[in-house]
Design a protein around this ligand. Structure first.
Ligand SMILES: Nc1ncnc2c1ncn2[C@@H]1O[C@H](COP(=O)(O)OP(=O)(O)OP(=O)(O)O)[C@@H](O)[C@H]1O
Length: 312
């Protein structure tokens, strides 16, 4: 469990993190989202004791990082995958980490196996691809068999296979009962990886909720309907105050859920060929919720926001 309370970090005039309170529970993957410069890395550094808060606290299972007796056995982190001596082999790098943190060296081969690097364990880490470096970074995070894991942008620059591997690996770690806190800019990937979210903007908390709730709250659910009696259905739905938009091969209905549409169709003897609720995407929800917290909008973002918020 990670618990931040009133966490604040000021760098000169910049308030990087501003009175931030949230908690990250075990047994789940929690995504940490925010626009560029929102304060995610600063928050992660404070969790790991690499930066001191200006005020407020962040605790790992009730203790500040500095109070942990064996920090690597409590919390593991992947912050920068390329943080490895390039001429050291993967195994030598992990052995050095294990020895300097009083972790049994026997653990090295276990974590190499867990991340699928056994066959290249003797090779120079400097020659590793980004995907292999990420795996080595994750192996390092797992070395102390910690209950809490932090990953900052673990899928950046990875190919689809690498991304899938990381997603499945995070789910496995959470299923083992660990606390998994992960930041990423790839929102479609986060929608698949994280069941919970902490969303920040300009250093402040915007939302903490399940991913499902976050998307449902910020976006409208519409229903795609196809019917051979579309004209008749249109009249029935409009009479019941639904909003209808024509689209290829059918209509999109808003302001009414799919159950009600199905009931009205049945009551009026109208055949339906399709009745599909459509929830918004995490991208849409994120832009809706963090719009005001983005300092510099690009033209593309402005255009997308215009499409998403046609009434404004
Ligand atoms: N060491 C530092 N000195 C001064 N300002 C800093 C320092 N570290 C971060 N900042 C500032 O604090 C704010 C938050 O930065 P941070 O890197 O934590 O954001 P982030 O959410 O991780 O961003 P990104 O997604 O772009 O990595 C930014 O305005 C940044 O310029």
């Amino acid at each position: 469990m990670i618990e931040a309370s009133g966490l604040t970090k000021r760098y000169g005039k910049t308030l990087a993190v501003n009175d931030l309170s949230f908690s990250v529970a075990p047994g789940k993957v929690t995504g940490f989202l925010g626009p560029n410069g929102a304060g995610k890395s600063t928050t992660m550094r404070m969790i790991l004791g690499l930066d001191n808060p200006t005020s407020g606290t962040v605790r790992i299972d009730g203790r500040r990082y500095q109070e942990l007796k064996h920090p690597l056995r409590k919390i593991g982190a992947l912050l920068d995958a390329k943080w490895v001596h390039p001429n050291r082999s993967a195994r030598a790098h992990l052995k050095w980490m294990a020895v300097s943190n009083k972790i049994p060296v026997s653990r090295v081969d276990e974590v190499l196996d867990a991340v699928g690097l056994t066959s290249v364990a003797g090779k120079r880490a400097g020659g590793f691809s980004l995907g292999m470096s990420q795996r080595l970074g994750i192996a390092g995070a797992l070395l102390g068999d910690p209950e809490v894991l932090l990953f900052d942008e673990p899928v950046n620059g990875l190919d689809p296979e690498g991304i899938l591997w990381i997603r499945q690996f995070m789910h496995r770690l959470a299923d083992e009962g660990r606390t998994v806190f992960v930041s990423s800019h790839l929102l479609s990937e986060m929608a698949l990886t994280a069941s919970e979210l902490v969303v920040i903007g300009k250093g402040q908390l915007i939302a903490q909720s399940s991913t499902k709730e976050f998307v449902a709250r910020a976006t409208e659910v519409t229903v795609k309907v196809r019917s051979p009696q579309l004209d008749q259905l249109r009249v029935v739905l409009q009479h019941a105050s639904a909003t209808i938009t024509d689209e290829d091969g059918g209509i999109e209905v808003s302001g009414m859920d799919s159950d009600r549409i199905g009931e009205l169709a049945a009551a009026n003897g109208i055949v339906l060929h399709e009745l599909s609720p459509r929830t918004g995407s995490l991208e849409q929800a994120f832009m809706q919720m963090t719009g005001d917290a983005v300092e510099y909008h690009t033209e593309l973002e402005a255009e997308a926001r215009h499409v998403l918020e046609p009434t404004r």
